[in-house]
Write a protein that binds this ligand. Structure first.
Ligand code: ADP
Ligand code: MG
Length: 325
């Protein structure tokens, strides 16, 4: 199979399946460039590369590579408050394995349809397996930047934290040996759900936002340094799923939530006056207020009434070992 046949067989999907795409995308796959009609608002763009053995295990399924690479890329759009517009795919393959391509392509389109983001172009090359996605989005009014937060504001997170990192710690085990609870955690790692609706609803409400790819402490630290402030978070307010608490000790669960990445939930800040409004948002995910911002730099955790300074990631065991007291 040649490059062109491969593209038309696995990566060509009609835009009719994507609402609004026919109007917006004048030319997709098949010409020298994709052509988009001018958008109102702002165009936001993000590129990420996932390399086999670095960003996903060498034996990862094609479906997982597709779901994780598109999920993490679209999550960047969500974190800016953007509506997905389209994406390109630069795929480097060691060999043409039709089973792999079938699994990758069908999962990619399943996710693309769910997140309403059509594939508009790409490149196909031979080499060690790597996937580079560039996602394009539109923000009508205000982008959610990492800067913009102020001392006194609340810190919020969506969903539950730590599940994906906990699943990562199970990765060496054969899938068949995982308990149903562990499989639930694995699902969170395998197919991240970008919080697109929440990001869009937070426009004009949140003062800063980021998606949690590297862990709560690391990503909240980015908001703090960009906004020139620090944060104090409450141990008891950190949302942990019942699956995580059932499969791991509370201490391990907190370690995963604070220092483990890959959840792709949103962390955002907002003034105290926005509390009711935020609780009334119709986004399809729970929201937790976990602490507040202050002038003193760095991220600290209040546990058992005492403050512990947390360093972003230090190859965690338990978050205690990472703390600088
Ligand atoms: P060129 O040599 O002009 O860059 P290519 O042969 O690389 O053209 O690609 C031909 C068409 O197929 C282009 O429209 C390109 O965007 C698209 N394409 C190539 N590879 C992929 C891919 N992996 N996924 C989606 N579209 C692709
Ligand atoms: Mg090309």
């Amino acid at each position: 199979m040649g490059e062109f046949e491969l593209i038309s067989r696995y990566f060509h999907a009609p835009f009719a399946n994507f609402p609004g795409a026919e109007r917006r995308i004048e030319t997709g796959i098949g010409d020298d460039c994709a052509v988009l009609a001018p958008l109102s608002g702002r165009l936001v763009i993000s590129t990420d590369t996932c390399v086999s053995g670095v960003h996903f295990p060498v034996d990862a399924s094609a479906e997982m590579v597709a779901a994780r690479s598109l999920g993490s890329s679209v999550s960047d759009l969500a974190a800016m408050g953007a509506e997905p517009v389209g994406f390109t795919l630069a795929l480097t393959l060691p060999i043409i394995n039709e089973d792999w391509l079938q699994g990758f392509g069908s999962r990619l389109f399943e996710s693309a349809l769910a997140w309403k983001i059509p594939l508009i172009g790409g490149d196909t090359t031979k080499g060690p397996l790597a996937v580079t996605l560039t996602v394009f989005g539109r923000v009508q009014d205000h982008c959610l930047y990492r800067h913009g937060a102020s001392p006194g504001e609340d810190v919020w997170v969506s969903g539950a934290l730590g599940d994906a990192a906990a699943a990562l710690s199970l990765l060496g085990r054969p899938h068949a040996s995982l308990t149903p609870l562990e499989r639930q955690l694995y699902q969170r790692y395998e197919s991240p759900q970008p919080r697109i609706k929440l990001g869009r609803e937070l426009q004009g409400i949140a003062t800063a936002a980021i998606d949690i790819s590297d862990g709560l402490v690391a990503d909240l630290s980015h908001i703090c340094s960009a906004s020139n402030c620090g944060a104090l978070i409450e141990e008891d307010e950190i949302p942990l799923s019942s699956a995580l608490l059932a499969a791991f000790s509370k201490e391990d669960a907190l370690g995963f939530a604070l220092q483990g990445g890959d959840d792709y939930e949103l962390c955002f800040t907002a003034p105290q006056s926005a509390r009711e409004l935020i609780q009334s948002l119709s986004a399809d995910v729970a929201l937790s207020r976990i602490g507040s911002l202050r002038r003193e730099s760095g991220v600290a955790l209040r546990r058992h009434g005492e403050e512990v300074k947390l360093a972003p990631r230090g190859g965690y065991d338990h978050f205690k070992e990472n703390s600088v007291s």
